[in-house]
Design a binder for this molecule. Sequence first.
Ligand code: URA
Length: 200
Amino acid sequence: MDDFDKKWEEFESSCRSCESCDLCKNRTNVVIYRGSRKAPLMIIGEAPGESEDLEGKPFVGRSGKLLQNLINSFGISEEDYHICNICKCRPPENRRPEPSEIKACKTHLAEQFRLVKPKIILLCGSTAYEGFFNEKPLMGQVRGNFTVRNGYEIMTTYHPAYALRNPKMKVPMMEDFEKVYNRLVELNLIKPSAPINPVN
Ligand code: URA
């Protein structure tokens, strides 16, 4: 086992044994990531829902299907992305995580950044934005623009669940994904590829 694998194992085991907030009480699984452990693109959502809690992986339900379609439509391969959430345990009734729960999870997320070493971060939805920037966003204003913070290039877009409720929002989401894709190519972090699947 190399040094990275060892650090990753320690990181996962500290997540799995975490009792820093009450969300630990009702979880089936701690939901850490899917995709690659090292990746140029990190995609961050809010918190696991029921399917994610049961499977132990983020974005595997309906929102996940839309997110995955967007990723696939630009031909971004699994080795190039790392998907996770601001909170690693499911809030009851799928409510938004409380600020105290987001704060409790931040140490884990900070370690995840150190290990994954993304260059570009895509924040999906207002909770991810708030968790990252510590301020409430006006989504219509912040989405679609890159900002640089702590050496990361950060794009904010809508949460896929919001686009499922408001299908028109798939268009701006697609535009934001296109900017992310173009920047990844421009920085030589991924190889350009022909789009494969249209978003539906
Ligand atoms: N919504 C999220 O924000 N994250 C998930 O993992 C699933 C749904």
